[in-house]
Design a protein around this ligand. Structure first.
Ligand code: ZN
Length: 152
């Protein structure tokens, strides 16, 4: 079982996301960037289609570092990562997210729980443009590690 407890930053969690997706779905991609922004509270993250960006909701993360928050962070990054792999159908992405969590962490894990509870509210491109002045986007450095940096 992958170890979410020892993850220290976004890059660690994302490496675990990529490894889990590779294992369960056999899919993989590189070249993604993570930005933090002020999204509505019911939105975990947002992937502007056709970009290589994931915008994570900064408001959800304030000062929280426990396993529950890490589990939510894992499922949110996993969900958006699946979107960046080209899956656009929301219901399908949620099913896939849950499947990856089940296979890598088990049914009774906080990760599987987080995959069921969300937050999974949708944000349209129009919504995103509308809130742009308030977003306060900030690039997360060292988000994507070289793939040779960890052992599968
Ligand atoms: Zn989605």
């Amino acid at each position: 079982m992958p170890d979410l407890e020892t993850c220290k930053d976004f890059g660690d969690v994302f490496a675990l996301v990529k490894r889990s997706v590779k294992k369960t779905l056999g899919l993989h991609r590189v070249g993604l960037m993570l930005l933090l922004g002020n999204l509505p509270m019911n939105v975990g993250a947002f992937h502007p289609m056709g970009t290589n960006e994931i915008v994570l909701n900064r408001r959800l993360l304030k000062g929280k570092t426990g396993m529950t928050e890490r589990s939510h962070l894992f499922t949110i990054l996993l969900h958006e990562y699946l979107h960046t792999l080209g899956f656009e159908d929301e219901a399908q992405v949620r099913r896939m997210t849950y499947k990856v969590c089940l296979e890598n962490f088990g049914r009774n894990s906080p990760v599987a729980e987080a995959a069921l509870t969300g937050p999974w509210a949708d944000l349209s491109e129009e919504d995103f443009e509308q809130i742009e002045p308030e977003l306060n986007l900030e690039l997360v450095r060292n988000f994507e590690r070289p793939d040779s940096g960890y052992i599968i």
